[in-house]
Design a protein around this ligand. Structure first.
Ligand code: UDP
Ligand code: MG
Length: 327
């Protein structure tokens, strides 16, 4: 197999505190992989600035004066998944493999060697999987476990404890480019694409500096997006619940008619209130779930671009894989 050109894809949002530290760590790794002849010397590190409000883009531009770094600046903050997609799709024609990784140094970069070896052995997708959640709070551990369990129950194929640290070949990225959805949950989309895949296990550390950009609200919205973009099972459950409630109401009607006929009808205020409250709540939840899907359809039908690029630190000729740096 020919030595692949690797692009390391790193989305960055307000990362001025970590970037000066981790950029050097990534470069050291890239140079070591080149020296070990696992990847070609044309390999690069690509930073995608996801509309940062701090000096992240200035730092990236400064780094890009060195030949191993490339920078892409999105027009505004579009979220981690869109920034990652931008990095993958913009570079898919320039390299043979990409490894996506967060820029905060939490994911063990030494797992890259094993990922590339797995690629040499025939895997087109190599999922980086954390072997424990020691660095997480109890709350995050519990909610993450629940999330994966619910995803599996709803028929969504997802890799337990895998986030977005993964190696993907350009063949897979060509396929990914055909998935036009705007509601992105990349870690659930790659298993859908198929081809040969495997996992590499690593220990995830705490952030080197700065703060997580995934507060509880964003985590919940990522989880809801993951479920509703990849499974319609919740709507089916509503139908099942509707059937069950209808059957129970049928029994209730028979019971009520019997009570009237036998003249033993009582003033059932409490039971009435309970039933009304229960059904009211169930209907609201059902409408909410259906609304979530309708909202998704609404967003999908608009076919808006998933990201817009304001600036590159490099340029490529039409249909060429040659890179020119913009000075
Ligand atoms: N990120 C991004 N856009 C956002 C939020 C985050 O590009 O709107 C990047 C961020 O810079 C980091 C990665 O996504 O490289 C993961 O974010 P973070 O470390 O905050 O998430 P956590 O590891 O806490 O889940
Ligand atoms: Mg992180």
């Amino acid at each position: 197999m020919k030595t692949p050109t690797l692009y390391i894809i790193i989305p960055c949002y307000n990362e001025e505190q970590v970037l000066p530290i981790t950029s050097g760590i990534f470069l050291k790794k890239l140079l070591q992989l080149i020296k070990d002849q696992l990847i070609t010397p044309e390999s690069k590190i690509v930073f995608i600035n996801d509309g940062s409000k701090d000096s992240t883009w200035e730092i990236i531009k400064e780094l890009c004066k060195k030949e191993y770094y490339l920078g892409i600046c999105l027009s505004r903050n579009r979220g981690h998944q869109n920034a990652l997609l931008a990095g993958l799709l913009e570079t898919k024609d320039l390299c043979d493999i990409t490894i996506s990784i967060d820029c905060d140094g939490q994911d063990d970069i030494n797992a890259m060697d094993d990922m590339i070896c797995a690629y040499y052995k025939g895997a087109d997708i190599v999922y980086g999987v954390r072997n424990n959640r020691d660095s997480d709070t109890c709350f995050k551990k519990f909610t993450a476990e629940m999330f994966y369990k619910i995803m599996t129950k709803l028929g969504v194929e997802s890799i337990y404890n895998h986030a977005d640290y993964r190696l993907v070949s350009s063949k897979i990225l060509e396929e990914l480019a055909r998935y036009k959805e705007v509601n992105l949950f990349l870690r659930g989309m790659f298993p859908l694409i198929g081809f040969n895949s495997t996992c590499v296990y690593y220990k995830r550390e705490t952030r080197i500096a700065g703060e997580s950009h995934y507060p509880l609200s964003k985590m919940i919205s990522l989880a809801v997006n993951g479920i509703t973009s990849l499974s319609i099972q919740p709507i089916r459950y509503i139908t099942y619940m509707g059937i069950l409630v209808s059957l129970l109401s049928g029994l209730g009607i028979i019971w009520a008619v019997l009570c009237v006929t036998l003249q033993i009808a009582i003033s059932g205020w409490t039971s009435m209130i309970c039933i009304i409250c229960f059904l009211g709540g169930a209907q609201m939840i059902s409408l909410g779930i259906i609304g979530e899907y309708i909202g998704k359809i609404y967003l999908e039908t608009k076919e808006r671009p998933r990201y817009s690029i304001k600036e590159y630190t490099y340029k490529t000729e039409n249909n060429s894989t040659k890179i020119d740096f913009i000075k």
